[in-house]
Design a protein around this ligand. Structure first.
Ligand SMILES: [Mg+2]
Length: 195
C-alpha cells in the first residue's frame, strides 16, 4: 500500500549538483582554482570575493549556460527520487528564481520528468516575489523536507514535522539543530530513513 506522506525536496545540492557544477563553471570562466571543499559559505560572494549583485549575475549566467544543462545530479539522487515517487507524494521547493524556470525545468525534464508539474520557485535571491520555503511547505502540507541551506533550515523546521539536512561544506558549522532536524550524509543515508 502506498505511503501517502508528502515529501518536499530542495533542488540545488539535493537533486542537482550545484556545488560541483558551479565550482567548475567558476574556475573555467573566472580564473579561480576552487574545489568543493572551498565552498564553506552558502554565500558564494564570500568564497568568490565579489559583491552580491555580481554573485547573482554569475549564478544566473550559469543557469543560462550550456554547462548547466549537462551538469550532473547529486550522486544517486535520481534513482532514489524515482524510488520515492513510488512511495510518497513528492514536490520540489527551490529558492531558484522564476526568471530561470525554463533552464531549470529543462534539466529536470532530462532526469525526472515526472516531477515537472510539482516544482515551486520561491525567488530566494531575487527574480520574482520572494517567499519563505517554510510558508510554501505549510501551504502544500509537506510532512518531510530535505534541505542543505542553513538559511532555509529555520523556516522549514517551523512548519514541517521532519526535516533532513543534507550534509554540505557550507552547513558543517550548523550544530545546534532544531529537534526535528536530522543531518544526513548521502542519498543512501536518506533512503535508510525514508524507505
Ligand atoms: Mg540547496
Amino acid at each position: 500500500m502506498k505511503n501517502q506522506k508528502h515529501i518536499g525536496l530542495d533542488f540545488d545540492d539535493v537533486i542537482f549538483d550545484m556545488c560541483g557544477s558551479i565550482v567548475e563553471y567558476h574556475n573555467k570562466n573566472y580564473g579561480t582554482n576552487l574545489t568543493r571543499d572551498d565552498m564553506v559559505s552558502f554565500e558564494f560572494s564570500d568564497v568568490w570575493k565579489c559583491s552580491i549583485p555580481e554573485t547573482q549575475r554569475r549564478v544566473w549566467e550559469f543557469f543560462d549556460s550550456p554547462e548547466h544543462q549537462v551538469s550532473e545530479p547529486v550522486p544517486d539522487a535520481i534513482e532514489h527520487v524515482k524510488e520515492l515517487l513510488d512511495n510518497y507524494k513528492v514536490t520540489i521547493v527551490t529558492a531558484r528564481p522564476e526568471t530561470h524556470m525554463v533552464p531549470t525545468k529543462k534539466w529536470l525534464e532530462n532526469h525526472v520528468p515526472e516531477l515537472l508539474p510539482y516544482m515551486h520557485f520561491t525567488n530566494g535571491f531575487g527574480g520574482g516575489v520572494k517567499r519563505e520555503k517554510g510558508e510554501v511547505c505549510k501551504e502544500l502540507g509537506i510532512d518531510i523536507f530535505v534541505e542543505d541551506a542553513p538559511i532555509h533550515i529555520e523556516s522549514v523546521s517551523k512548519t514541517v514535522p521532519q526535516v533532513y539536512l543534507f550534509d554540505m561544506p557550507w552547513n558543517k558549522a550548523l550544530v545546534d539543530l532544531p529537534k526535528n532536524v536530522e543531518r544526513v550524509h548521502s542519498w543512501a543515508d536518506l533512503r535508510e530513513k525514508l524507505l
